[in-house]
Every structure is written in C-alpha cells, then in structure tokens.
Design a protein around this ligand. Structure first.
Ligand SMILES: O=C(O)CCC(=O)C(=O)O
Ligand SMILES: [Fe+2]
Length: 522
C-alpha cells in the first residue's frame, strides 16, 4: 500500500501526470474527428436542403449529380474510416499498460486514506464542513470537496461499519448537493446511506423521515420500502415499551437514567483515561504543571569527552523525572538527506510485535513505513551513530540499526513502550543484547500541524523540529521498565513526518550507566 508513507505517495502524482497527458492526447484526437464530422454534416445538409427543394432541377445539373454520388461513395467511406475505433482501443491499451507499469493505489489505500481522515477529524476535533471546504484548523490547504467526494468518504466509513462518520459525511454531502449547480451525485444515493446510518446511530424517527423523502424521489426503491416497514415496526415496538413503562409495569430504565449511571464524572485531569489525555496532548490542550515546567533548563553539554569540549550540544530538558532531553541541531541537512535518500526505496509498512506470539505484524495502531540502515552503508550513518554515543555517553555496540520512519497523512503510533515488558515474548531475546535501555529519536522534518511525540503520563508533548533529537532511558538502573516512558506519535495533520530512532540495548552499558538495585534514577 502507499498511503502509509508520504514518500510513497509522490509516485502517485507521476502516475496521474502520465494519465492526464494520455487523456489529453485522446481528447484532442476525438475533437479533430468530431470537427471533421461536423464539416461533412454541414456540407451534406446544405446540399441536401437545396436538392430537396426541387430534386429534378438539382439533379439535372451534372455537377450536382456527381456530388451526390461522391457523397454516398467516397465521402461516406471517409466518415466510416474516421469512426474507426482504433483511437479508442489505443487509449484503452495505453491505460491498461499504465495500470501494469505505473504505481496505482488500491482499494485498501482508498479505505486507509479515508480512515486516516476520520482519525484526524476525531483527534484534532476538526469540523466536517471546514474539512470539506479544504480548511484545516483555519488554514486553507486545498480546494473544496464536491458532494460526490463527501459521499465517497461516507461510503468508505459505511463499508467499515463506522456509522458515526457515515452520518457526518452524508449530511455534508447533502448540504453540498443542495448548493451544487452541476450535481456530482444523486440525492437518492445520499439519502439511502444517510437514512440507514442514522437508524444505526439510534435515531429511527429521522431515519424514517429520510426514507419517506427517498421514496418520494424513487417510489419503487426496493431497499427503502423494506427499511420503511422495518423502521415502522421498530417505532411501534418502542412506543409499546414506553407505554408499559409509563403504566409502571415495566422495569425498563430510561436511557437518560442509564447515562447518568454509566457516565463517570471526570473532574481532575489525572483521572482522565490515557486515550483522552493522549488526544488532548496531541491537540496541545494539556500542559505540564508550571511548578514542574519552571524547573526545566537549557544548557550546553560539556563533559570529559573531548569532542564535546569543542562542539558542545545544546540540550533542553523536556522532563526531569524521568529525564527526557532534547538535543538541538544534532543532524545536519546533508545527513538528513542521505538518511532519507538511502531509506526511501526500502520503506516497508512498519510492524509491531504481537506480545503473545512475539511475531511481527501490521496493526492499525501503528501506521507508517520504515527501513533500517547500517553504519557501513554511508559515512554519514556512521557519524550519526557515533554522535549518539557522544550525546548519551552510552555505547551503540549493542544498539539496533538506525530505523528510519516516514508517516503518511493521519499516520500515527498509539501509546506504547519501547522496552519489552516482563513476561512478554520478545524478539530482543534472540539478539542477546538485553532490553532496550534507551531511545534516541531524531526528528528529520518539521511538521506544520500534528505529529507530536507525546508522553501522556508526563503531560509532555515534543513537537518535531528538523535536526533535533529526543533522548530518554526506558529502563531504571536496576533494569526494570520505567512505565512513565509510555509515549505515542500523534497523527500527522499536515506535512510529511520523518524520524529515525537508535534504540540502545543493555549489554555493554555496564560501565557506562551504572546499574542499581532500586528503581531510583540518579
Ligand atoms: O515518531 C514518533 O514521534 C515516535 C515514534 C516512536 O515512538 C517509535 O517509533 O517507537
Ligand atoms: Fe516509541
């Protein structure tokens, strides 16, 4: 699939370019043909009108007689030749050749891209109408969607049984339909999906109203007729239950009462479920407490390392406990270009480890593409790995190769740990280098909107800055996992997000990061 990395989507633009060119050649040829046909038609009609006035006089003129014969022989042959459908065949052949030789998205891509849009809408609380106008968080990015486009998005949601988004997009489609002069979809098509999804969302009365409207447009619409009977039965049944309830003979609890019971009041932000915290952090709505934030510092990192004496790192603390450091300007543009260039042709859908089986598999909670680079591949890679050692004071001897990641629009990685937890069947075992002691995450692009790395339990959000690296220890000194390091990559709203990670392992760090008997950090 292509939608999972923006880098792979570029090929689609090339495909579209070739198709546009080919279509324009075909249209020009068809227009030439039509123009010639129009000329013949005009000639023939003119002569024919003259002849019809007085056939005998007309045909008594030898030139006219000759012209008539010529029309019906050579000229009509020419016309038949013009109609030869070779041009059409040729165009069809070209298109099927492009289908086999150029990059095309699949139905899975269409669905993935639609789901990504819904994810962005939910995470960033985007208004459907604004998105349909091409407006994202108040910035005009693209041209507006047509009623047909909105309908197609609704249909994708419908196929995923996501009736909530189906209703939103079909409602938008209906609004656009009403405003469109050149209709891009029929009202009946929209109403059919909208009515059923509205019913599935629990509003049978609206569903019935829409179905009635659909039946006035298409009186013998089979499915609508069937649904109408069904909705009417449902309403009758509900009325009966309600009536019994009013009589005091039923034990049914009203819906509003149920809601009061089940809706847990969340007053304090600390009580919010992780998912809610994660999304709020992605939207930039949650901040670390001022007391904590005021203790964070920026400084230049010097130590006994001679390299650092000459070129100290500019380090910013993003969190003190656990310590999360940001190293600014640690990757040059040239290094970033090399890394992206080497990785691009090798990008593959990123996988996650099934915690039970230990198998690697694709998952909807991690959507991106990645590739692995070895130090030997380019001096820039070797330099970058050496720099990780300078930054962290740890060894990369036992580290994993450099992972390069590119996210597509809506690409994300939901909250996770980088380390393997106790009892987890993990692939690190076969490496024989212990657990992932620390993470170095390089940002290789700026991201205009979205795409932050967030630590829900720490209320920390790191916004990608090209050339900056984040660093944190995943394990305490005694080797136990630090659960506070749980983090996520927020969905990318606009732009292309490139990162690379160097995951450092336990073995070899014994003398570099002293181990301890407790979970104490320092
Ligand atoms: O892309 C990010 O911001 C974080 C990526 C991440 O957490 C990972 O790849 O493990
Ligand atoms: Fe991670």
């Amino acid at each position: 699939e292509v939608y999972t990395a923006l880098a792979d989507m570029e090929g689609l633009l090339e495909t579209e370019g070739v198709l546009i060119q080919s279509l324009s050649t075909f249209i020009n040829a068809q227009e030439d043909m039509l123009n010639q046909l129009k000329r013949y038609h005009a000639d023939f009609s003119r002569e024919h009108a003259k002849a019809s006035q007085d056939a005998q006089t007309y045909l008594s003129n030898p030139i006219n007689a000759y012209t008539l014969v010529k029309h019906l022989t050579t000229d009509w042959k020419d016309i038949e030749n013009l109609l030869d459908d070779n041009k059409m065949k040729e165009f069809q052949n070209n298109v099927s050749f492009y289908h086999s030789s150029l990059k095309f998205p699949t139905d899975e891509d269409l669905n993935g891209a639609a789901v990504a849009l819904m994810r962005l809408q939910d995470t960033y609380k985007l208004d459907t109408s604004a998105v349909a106008k091409g407006l994202i968080n108040g910035v005009q990015y693209s041209t507006a969607l047509t009623a047909g486009d909105c309908f197609e998005l609704g249909r994708q949601s419908y196929n995923n049984k996501d009736f909530y988004h189906t209703v939103q997009w079909m409602t938008e489609a209906l609004q656009r339909y009403n405003e469109e002069t050149n209709k891009t979809i029929t009202k009946a098509d929209i109403l059919e999906y909208l009515a059923f999804s509205t019913y599935m969302e629990g509003n049978v009365h609206s569903a019935l109203e829409m179905t009635n409207e659909l039946l006035t447009l298409v009186p013998n619409h089979n499915r609508a007729m069937g649904n109408k009977v069904y909705y009417l039965q449902d309403i009758a049944q509900k009325d009966l239950v309600k009536k019994r309830g009013e009589d005091g003979s039923a034990d049914a609890v009203s819906l509003s009462q149920q809601l009061v019971v089940t809706e847990k009041k969340v007053g304090d932000i600390d009580e919010l479920p992780e998912r809610e915290l994660y999304e709020r952090l992605c939207r930039g709505e949650v901040k670390m407490s001022l007391a904590k934030e005021s203790k964070l510092k920026c400084r230049y990192l010097h130590n006994e390392n001679p390299f650092l004496f000459l070129a100290p790192f500019k380090v910013e603390e993003a969190s003190l406990s656990p310590k999360i450091l940001l190293f600014h300007n640690v990757l040059s543009d040239a290094e970033i270009e090399t890394i992206k260039h080497l990785a691009q042709p090798r990008l593959k859908r990123a996988t996650v480890q099934n915690y039970k089986t230990g198998e690697l598999e694709v998952a909807s909670y991690r959507i991106s593409k990645s590739a692995w680079l070895r130090e030997e591949e380019h001096p820039h890679i070797a330099t970058v790995v050496k720099r990780v050692e300078d930054m962290t004071g740890l060894t990369c001897e036992t580290a994993e190769e450099l992972q390069v990641v590119n996210y597509g629009i809506g690409g994300h990685y939901e909250p996770h740990f980088d380390f393997a937890r106790r009892g987890e069947t993990n692939a690190f075992k076969s490496l024989g280098t212990g657990n992932r002691i620390a993470t170095t995450l390089f940002y290789m692009s700026d991201v205009p909107q979205g795409g932050a790395t967030v630590f829900p339990h720490l209320r920390v959000a790191l916004y990608p800055q090209k050339g900056t690296a984040a660093f944190w220890h995943n394990l305490y000194r005694n080797g136990e996992g630090d659960y506070r390091t749980r983090h996520a990559a927020c969905p990318v709203l606009t732009g292309s997000k490139w990162v690379s990670n160097k995951w450092l392992h336990e073995r070899g760090q014994e003398l570099l990061r002293k181990c301890g008997l407790t979970v104490n950090e320092d």
